[in-house]
Design a protein around this ligand. Structure first.
Ligand code: TRP
Ligand code: SF4
Length: 420
């Protein structure tokens, strides 16, 4: 199988054809679920999150105040920058909606795939955590290389994955190092880890669309590690033993009053699918299994780099860091690629094109919280009522005000990163 570039986690391309994702990869649009949420955050209202897998259980958990986990991860291969802000905000928002937060610093991946030293991983990892805490994150966090329970879980997960799957999903070849494969299975473990540390519950993993291969693999592993398969057969619920230990079927039968046991499966009538699932999950846990919920994900698009193309720490002008000098940040915003016309006369007559403008994107993603404020920028641009120079200047002021306040908050919370 050939990997589409946009779905290769280690590729440098970020071009995405969203319709193809929906049609070919089973990712679904998020809009139909937004009505379930008590409060719809900007990144969902503004189309920044393009799709999801299984977000429904998360939306329901938020609505009904039931437990759920939220986890994401950062590879500490450079300084955190503007491009990381979105996923961090997604995590902070889900925690504010009742989620239990977990952050993984993927130092195994940075070391294995990008060749960073452990010292650098440690230094950059702390920077990521400081930014997160400054954004208001409150929850748990760990470095992959220091979490033994995670490594045990990765080993267990590895019993469900073979080399031909890694080859099909990631295009791994015979030259691929074992450490690269280990960093993949460590990420699978990351995504399942909240349910080991905090008990089984729906888990949302906000990620960029490039991480979907990991999500699909993890969903398969989560199912593969289950002892029982619960299926709705219309007039009854069927529970089948997959990898259950001796006595598994007997234990399920005893836990489900009125059920009928057969060779390798149990049929239940008069109970809902949800109720049977919960009881079976408890039996599985009693027998020593994980009882995982299949993890869910949301997928966001990427903010373009300020000079067009990809935003990346290896292209300094594409983005700015959180501790960068004022003059440097201002210069980057003032030089950003816009959707403006070549002459003032044309700009006034034809208007600009906000949909091809990195300055507009900066506002849409982060620098303009109010929807009416954003609509005003858009309208003025389209009507040719503002020049790009003036528009950039206003945006730069907002960026600098944000950074000034943010730096203070980073100083206040730096000690939290040291405690991880
Ligand atoms: N692979 C991710 C990246 O390149 C980092 C990561 C590691 C991650 N573990 C994770 C992301 C778990 C989401 C969930 O950025
Ligand atoms: Fe972009 Fe502003 Fe210029 Fe419009 S006016 S193209 S939003 S910089």
């Amino acid at each position: 199988m050939i990997m589409p570039e946009a779905l290769n986690p280690w590729s440098s391309s970020q071009a995405i054809d969203t319709r193809r994702l929906f049609e070919n990869f089973g990712i679904e649009p998020i809009d139909p679920l937004l009505d379930l949420l008590p409060e719809v955050p900007g990144f969902m209202r503004r189309g920044i999150i393009v799709g999801h897998r299984d977000y429904r259980p998360i939306a329901l958990a938020i609505r009904d105040h039931r437990p759920f986990h939220v986890l994401t991860g950062f590879m500490p291969s450079g300084h955190p920058h503007l491009g990381h802000l979105l996923v961090m905000r997604e995590v902070v928002w889900h925690v504010s909606q009742g989620g239990r937060g977990m952050i993984t610093i993927a130092d195994r991946e940075a070391h294995a795939v990008r060749g960073l030293s452990w010292e650098d991983c440690d230094r950059f990892g702390r920077e990521y955590l400081t930014v997160l805490f400054a954004l208001g994150y409150r929850g748990e966090a760990y470095f992959q290389s220091k979490n033994n329970a995670l490594k045990d879980l990765a080993f267990e997960a590895a019993t469900r994955v073979n080399f031909s799957e890694l080859q099909a999903i990631y295009g791994f070849e015979s030259e691929t190092t074992l450490a690269h494969a280990m960093s993949v299975i460590t990420q699978v473990a990351d995504i399942l880890y909240p349910q080991v540390a905090g008990g089984p519950a729906p888990t949302i993993v906000p990620v960029g669309i490039d991480q979907d291969p990991h999500i699909r693999l993890t969903r398969d592993v989560a199912n593969g590690l289950r002892y029982f398969l619960v299926e709705d057969r219309g007039d009854h619920i069927s529970v089948r033993a997959k990898n259950a230990p001796e006595g598994g079927i007997r234990a399920v039968t005893q836990a489900l009053p009125g059920s009928q046991a057969y060779e390798g499966h149990v049929d239940v009538r008069g109970m809902t699918y949800g109720a049977v699932s919960e009881i079976v999950r408890e039996v599985e846990r009693d027998l020593g299994g994980f009882g995982f919920f299949t993890p869910s994900a949301t997928y966001h698009t990427f903010m373009p780099g300020l000079i067009g193309g990809k935003m990346s720490s290896s292209i300094p002008d594409s983005s700015f860091g959180f501790s960068e000098p004022v003059a440097s940040v201002r210069k980057k915003v003032m030089r950003a690629v816009t959707g403006g016309r070549t002459t003032l006369e044309e700009q006034q007559r034809l208007g600009g094109d906000p949909d091809r403008c990195t300055v507009y994107e900066l506002n849409r993603f982060h620098m303009c919280d109010s929807d009416s404020g954003l609509a005003e920028i858009r309208q003025k641009c389209l009507a040719g009522e503002i020049t790009c120079g003036a528009c950039k200047k206003e945006t730069a002021e907002r960026v600098l005000a944000f950074l000034a306040e943010f730096k203070e908050r980073m100083d206040e919370v730096e000690h939290l990163a040291d405690e991880v």
